[in-house]
Design a protein around this ligand. Structure first.
Ligand code: NAD
Ligand code: ZN
Ligand code: ZN
Length: 357
């Protein structure tokens, strides 16, 4: 847990409530470490504290409160970090990924109380815990044969990246795609581009090892990012006959957001997936952007409808169509989370996953 943003995470014994109406107790099996956890740890985003971190996890339902009909004791569930309120304008339209009233933004249960006494749960799910109590709508059953670590990743990076390509942007087969930033999110965009039948698929990172993983997942070519974002952009334009039809930014830096937009050909689309530190701004020259009918899309949670998308992505992982297991290159314990954050700051590892005994 974090006692304050900007401080190291600490291991504490906390008291957990029993699940009440509409709540589910989950024994965690796996939790990924996502850069969004690091944004909070590094005080790039303000969040209420004290708070149990983690928002990319899976586990077994150990108990359910009264009225829970969507999951049973013993189910393998992937946890959703955006629990729809069900009543706002976006939820009523079915665009649950854009719900502004989600309890996830209050880091609390539906009635505003906390699952851990006096301590919030990040995104209302707190996956970096041995056990957690979550609103039932956040516990999505997936096929029991799903690798629990993959189920955890379906909770954030896989759904975010694959959904950005297949759902937010709905990339047609045969279009060219570039992905900037090859962490768990960006490499999931690469897997999504493969599923969409995009061609070519160009993957870009400043860490050479990430380029190898991208190629193994189906990227047709790779580029090592230059420190000068605009020179990388020029190289990308040259490599793709005037620019890729779709560019996914999966880092969250103003310079690479501007790089994505600057790389677009006429009619091209930049899809912003990375999240910057709070307050950051990016800019672009308006006239050629409008004159060339270019577009910018923002993708939150890969436009996910977790109740239907999670089991679908899990089934694809079992069939081998979505090789999400290949994102996992380090398995750690809860004690190693600070070390995992340090590695992530250096750009090391694709996805580090906490495994619980
Ligand atoms: N939109 C959403 O719903 C959503 C969901 C999850 C995560 N995110 C955000 O997506 C971003 C990526 O998350 P992640 O967990 O994959 O992060 P990560 O740290 O694992 O990966 C980022 C990658 O970017 C590379 N990189 C950094 N600076 C670069 C540069 N200048 N040029 C090229 N490559 C560079 C790093 O080497 C690394 O491989 C974060 O900002 C995270 O908060 C957004
Ligand atoms: Zn995440
Ligand atoms: Zn809502």
């Amino acid at each position: 847990m974090l006692t304050e943003v900007g401080r190291p995470v600490e291991i504490r014994e906390l008291e957990l409530i029993e699940p009440r109406d509409g709540e589910v107790l989950v024994r965690m099996l796996a939790s990924g470490v996502c850069h969004s956890d690091l944004h909070v740890r590094d005080a790039e985003w303000d969040r209420p504290t004290p708070i149990v971190m983690g928002h990319e996890g899976a586990g077994i339902v150990e108990a359910i409160g009264p009225g829970v009909t969507t999951t049973r004791v013993g189910d393998l569930v992937a946890l959703s970090w955006l629990i729809p309120c069900g009543v706002c304008r976006m939820c009523r339209r079915g665009e649950v990924w854009a719900c502004p009233d989600s309890p996830s933004y209050r880091h609390a249960l539906l009635d505003g109380t906390t699952a851990f006494r006096g301590v919030r749960s990040y995104c209302a799910i707190a996956t970096m815990a041995e056990r957690t109590v979550v609103p039932a709508a956040g516990a999505i059953p997936v096929p029991p044969t799903t690798d629990p670590a993959v189920a955890a990743l379906i909770g954030c990076c896989v759904t975010t990246g694959v959904g950005a390509v297949l759902k937010t942007a709905n990339v047609p087969a045969g279009r060219s795609v570039a992905v900037i930033g090859l962490g768990g999110v960006g490499l999931s965009c690469v897997m999504g581009a493969v599923l969409a039948g995009a061609s070519p698929i160009i993957a870009i990172d400043r860490v050479p090892a990430k380029l190898d993983v991208a190629r193994s997942l189906g990227a047709t070519s790779t580029m090592l990012a230059d420190d000068d974002a605009l020179s990388t952009s020029r190289a990308l334009v040259d490599a793709t006959d005037g620019g890729p039809d779709y560019v996914f930014e999966a880092i969250g830096r103003p310079s690479t957001v501007e790089q994505a937009i600057a790389s677009l050909p006429v009619g091209g689309t930049a899809v912003l997936v990375g999240m910057t530190p709070a307050g950051e701004r990016a800019s672009f020259e308006v006239y050629p952007f409008v004159d060339g009918a270019r577009r910018i899309l923002a993708s939150n949670y890969g436009s996910a409808e977790p109740a239907s998308d999670f089991p679908r992505y899990a089934a694809w992982s079992i069939e081998g169509k979505l090789p999400a297991d290949r994102l996992i290159d380090r398995r750690i314990g809860l004690d190693d989370v600070e070390d995992a954050f340090a590695a992530m700051r250096r750009g090391e590892y694709v996805r580090q996953v906490i495994e619980f005994d």
